[in-house]
Design a protein around this ligand. Structure first.
Ligand code: BG6
Length: 464
């Protein structure tokens, strides 16, 4: 646990500021933080590219505009003033001396490593040698390893110079406000928690569907696959949110509960794991012509605790599926068939839509007008229609890291537990089955839910 009172950062140093993630996500997040008055310190970029501060500023502006974010000149001018640049090779010790010089006098730096994980150790070493890690917080991006062993090795490497409270591991799903909403809907209402258990719930389905392929990321994706790319991290974190116990608060309160839940999840069983690959994937640049990598993964998980024993958690994630939608669907047990109800009613369902147009939907049965039958109706709420626009994940997470709030970041034990859960699937992967782009994955995905409620089509917002 962070032994100190959280302090606000007095400088943000971004390693890899000229890279892809910064272009797509970080500048926009910084711009939006500036607009909301949440940015109070200088921002120093570090990269090999020999850029002047002006080049960085022009790049930042173009990057924000390219995301579609409307740019207010006065807000951008404030952000531009904060930006400066240190150019240097991460392998060169003098780079860290230059960083030290650029942030001289700052007591609480945040270092954000938007760089490949194999460089984490080198950069943290360099920072430590330059005497910069004492009070620092270090934000790192996934992947945290590619299996349990490599995750442990990476954690050991980071902990050579840093204590756990200093390490902020980002999983941007935890920064999605609609994911945080799960906790609020569960615990700020008294009507749901009494139903949240194996007596009332039949199954939980988590879907992360993307209606696009791997595009230009073949080199990155082919050695990784869907299981490592989104299931071990993003989707297991959603399981953590939907299934963990209420926490007493504080950064470690929430994380303790998530880890406690992960510990209760049985190692995944390869017999309940299906891998798919969309037709045409092997033609993507950077993908091996005989690639066995899955672009679709579906599985059944079990949680061995008093609350969830016997309730299957089904997860499916894939590229080139019919829609883009991420949701958690809690399917309740069917009501009994009664004499005055001529046919068995459908079960109630509570759906948390994470993306797009976040919201909740309660599926209930009502009377079909003019007939003696029940009909399904939806009590739906789209958050943005009723509440204000939510911050973007990176905006929220960077802001939290800069204020020393680590509750939405992943702790070392959380990383290791999630790898432990999927490790049997990595060690004994079943064969990969092809599927048509635009379908819901290989046909046999239905067999995975045999005996349980069938896969549901995601709840989608109406077309605009
Ligand atoms: C990333 C994965 O972590 O998450 C991508 O590497 C995936 O493959 C992306 O597309 C999805 O994130 P979001 O926020 O767009 O749903």
């Amino acid at each position: 646990m962070d032994p100190r009172t959280p302090t606000s950062a007095d400088v943000l140093v971004i390693f890899g500021i000229t890279g892809d993630l910064a272009r797509k996500m970080t500048f926009r997040a910084l711009y939006r933080m500036e607009r909301r008055g949440l940015l109070h310190c200088p921002v120093v970029g570090v990269a090999l590219d020999d850029w002047s501060a002006d080049t960085l500023r022009a790049h930042a502006r173009a990057a924000v505009e390219a995301t579609g974010e409307p740019v207010d000149d006065a807000v951008f001018a404030r952000l531009a003033k904060r930006l400066s640049m240190v150019s240097g090779d991460f392998a060169d010790v003098t780079t860290y001396d230059k960083v030290a010089l650029a942030i001289a006098g700052c007591l609480n730096p945040v270092f954000y490593l938007e760089i490949p994980p194999f460089l984490f150790g080198r950069v943290v070493d360099g920072l430590a040698r330059a005497g910069l890690t004492g009070n620092a917080r270090v934000v790192v991006e996934k992947p945290f390893g590619h299996d349990l062993r490599s995750a442990r090795a990476l954690n050991e490497q980071l902990s050579t110079h840093l204590q756990e409270w200093q390490i902020y591991r980002i999983d941007h799903f935890l920064g999605k406000e609609p994911a945080m909403d799960v906790r609020y809907i569960r615990f700020s209402n008294s009507i749901f928690e009494p139903l949240w258990n194996r007596d009332r719930i039949e199954a939980v389905q988590i879907t992360m569907a993307e209606n696009f392929g791997v595009e230009d990321r073949g080199h990155f994706y082919d050695p990784v696959g869907a299981l490592r790319d989104v299931v071990q991290n993003h989707l297991l974190q959603l399981v953590g949110l939907i299934a963990s116990e209420p926490a007493s608060g504080g950064a470690d309160g929430f994380r303790d509960k998530r880890v406690e839940l992960f510990k209760a999840i049985r190692p995944a069983d390869p017999r309940h794991y299906l891998r798919g690959q969309y037709d045409g994937y092997r033609d993507v640049r950077g993908v091996a012509p005989d690639s066995q990598t899955e672009t679709f993964a579906a599985m059944r998980l079990h949680i061995d605790n008093w609350r969830w024993s016997g309730v299957p958690f089904f997860i499916r994630a894939g590229k080139s599926l019919p829609v883009r939608a991420t949701e958690i669907r809690v399917i309740f047990k069917r009501p009994p068939t009664l004499p005055f109800l001529p046919r068995a009613s459908a079960p109630n369902e509570l759906i948390f839509r994470i993306d797009p147009a976040a919201g909740v939907d309660l599926v209930v049965q009502a009377k079909e007008p003019g007939a003696n039958a029940a009909r399904t109706v939806n009590l739906s709420l789209v958050f943005a229609d009723e509440l204000a626009e939510a911050p973007e994940p990176y905006e929220r997470l960077l802001s939290d890291a800069m204020h020393g709030d680590s509750s939405q970041f992943i702790r070392e034990d959380g990383v290791e537990q999630t790898w432990r859960i999927v490790q049997p699937l990595l060690e004994n992967p079943p064969p990969v089955h092809t599927y048509h782009p635009g379908s819901w994955g290989p046909e046999r995905v239905d067999a995975l839910v045999a005996g349980y409620p069938s896969w549901r089509e995601p709840w989608l917002p109406p077309p605009r």
